[in-house]
Design a protein around this ligand. Structure first.
Ligand code: SAM
Length: 459
């Protein structure tokens, strides 16, 4: 591997020439690990995993075509490199249940989907990505994983802070110089420079300032980068400690898994590819001092709840059903979620891409269900439609928005593959309409069912 000019000197100055040689050898001789994180409820119960710090994690022997897998489409797993999965360890290290979690730099959604699975079900997750295109990908990944109690936004952190957003858990998985991605992403090598490190460190500092203002007393801030240098890591932790009195949270188990604890800032951990078999990642967690304050957005303008509830939604918690002002569209979101949604709707510079689970809409006398409900992690258990288990070839057809043969019985059906809800179909008796959304569909017409991976067959 050809490393960018200045990297060797900078890395060796921080961690020594020997560590540099070990890193380079690994990046050159060992291929990137291929790993997935399984959905803990869609696939429950899980078989034992192979990533020690994350029970849902699984290493794969090779990289399959994930996009050709109906189970990937169904949100049964997320493709994620191993070190990133360690971030959720902080949730086990705190002594409170977060009420509002905010992921400030969230696309494409790896750590947000991880958080969603490890946060309490009633904790509202606001997952945010300022870049418009990347925010769209984030929204799709959240939809696949299950959008319960989740708001997807696109805003700069300053806009969220100005809107009055408060959270008791904030993740800053910061834009960084990408040293930890040299093996996986060739652009990380070509784009790296000492100047980039400097610019990233400044941006990270700005994001941390905004994050700190939004964090409630007693709350947890998790910070991570996929880079090693001290300017983007130790310097950010010492800033939070010295300027804001942040209290460092220690995860003594991480060094047992091979992560290195910083000698300069205890409680800051590095995943080096040559030590942990992952890509590179550095992380720390800090608590804001003071007795814990629960962030509760003040509910404003909750109109829309008093509509006649469609029969199809009777099995869902009534207080979480939210209708559009004209009573046609319905979604599932808690009162807390709605209150925060209203706050965001009235603010400047914030786009809201998704708010909770879209259940469907009323058209004349009919209720048209939405695939978001099928893909939800738990509300899908309350779908009022029979399930139809489809074969591998049928599942492949459905993710390509093709049709499958009618079963003869008319009505909506939840198509499941390997037991996991995948999409909605409407059986007309003679043919089947597939409601799988265009935006999520597999568009590569060169792929055939023989390209389908079967990585979870023994799961
Ligand atoms: N957390 C993501 C995951 O696990 O999939 C990866 C996040 S990536 C390391 C950093 C993200 O920060 C990028 O998507 C980037 O667009 C976004 N970003 C860039 N500038 C930002 C800013 N000023 N505030 C917040 N996010 C920013």
């Amino acid at each position: 591997m050809v490393v960018p000019g200045g990297f060797r000197e900078s890395f060796a100055a921080d961690f020594g020439a020997e560590a540099y040689e070990a890193l380079l050898r690994t990046l050159t001789e060992v291929p990137s690990p291929v790993s997935i994180r399984r959905h803990p409820t869609k696939l429950s119960p899980l078989t034992p995993g192979s990533i020690p710090w994350c029970p849902e994690g699984l290493l794969l022997p090779e990289r399959p075509i994930f996009g050709a897998d109906p189970l990937w489409h169904a949100g049964a797993y997320y493709v994620q490199e191993p070190a990133s999965m360690a971030v959720a360890r902080y949730l086990a290290a705190i002594d409170f249940a977060p009420v509002i979690a905010l992921d400030l730099c969230a696309a494409p959604g790896g750590k947000s989907t991880l958080l969603r699975s490890h946060l309490p079900d009633d904790c509202l997750l606001v997952t945010n990505e300022p870049d418009k295109k990347r925010a769209k990908v984030l929204e799709e990944n959240i939809l696949r994983w299950g959008a319960e109690e989740t708001l997807v936004t696109s805003a700069l952190p300053a806009a969220l802070r100005a809107a009055g957003v408060k959270a008791d858990l904030i993740l800053v998985d910061a834009p960084c110089s990408g040293e930890g991605m040299f093996r996986k992403e060739p652009e990380a090598v070509t784009g790296w420079s000492l100047d980039l490190v400097d610019r990233c460190a400044k941006t990270q500092r700005e994001i941390l300032r905004e994050a700190w203002e939004m964090l409630t007393d007693g709350g947890l801030l998790i910070y991570s980068t996929c880079t090693y240098n001290r300017a983007e890591n130790e310097a950010q932790l010492s800033f939070l400690r010295d300027d804001y009195g942040a209290e460092v949270i220690h995860l003594p188990e991480l060094p047992q898994y091979g992560a290195e604890e910083s000698d300069e800032e205890r409680g800051l951990y590095r995943f080096f590819p040559h030590r942990t078999g992952s890509e590179g990642l550095t992380c720390f967690g800090v608590r804001k001092a003071g007795p814990r304050v629960s962030p509760e957005p003040v509910a404003r303008g909750l109109a829309g709840r008093a509509r006649a509830i469609p029969e199809e939604l009777r099995d869902l918690a009534e207080e979480q059903l939210l209708s559009t002002p004209d009573g046609t569209g319905w979604r599932l979101l808690s009162l807390r979620g709605v209150a925060l949604l209203r706050l965001l709707e009235q603010a400047e510079g914030i786009r809201i891409l998704r708010a909770g689970v879209d259940l469907g809409s009323v058209k004349g006398r009919d209720f048209i269900p939405d695939v978001s409900w099928v893909l939800s992690a738990t509300a899908s258990n309350h779908l009022p439609y029979p399930r139809r288990a489809v074969t591998a070839a049928e599942a492949f057809a459905l993710i390509g928005r093709q049709t499958i043969p009618s079963s003869g019985a008319k009505g909506y059906r939840v198509a499941t593959y390997a037991g996991v809800p995948l999409t909605l179909i409407k059986d007309l008796g003679s043919r089947v309409n597939n409601l799988y959304p265009k935006g999520l569909a597999l568009h590569d017409t060169r792929l055939t069912p023989s390209d389908m991976p079967h990585i979870l067959d023994n799961q």
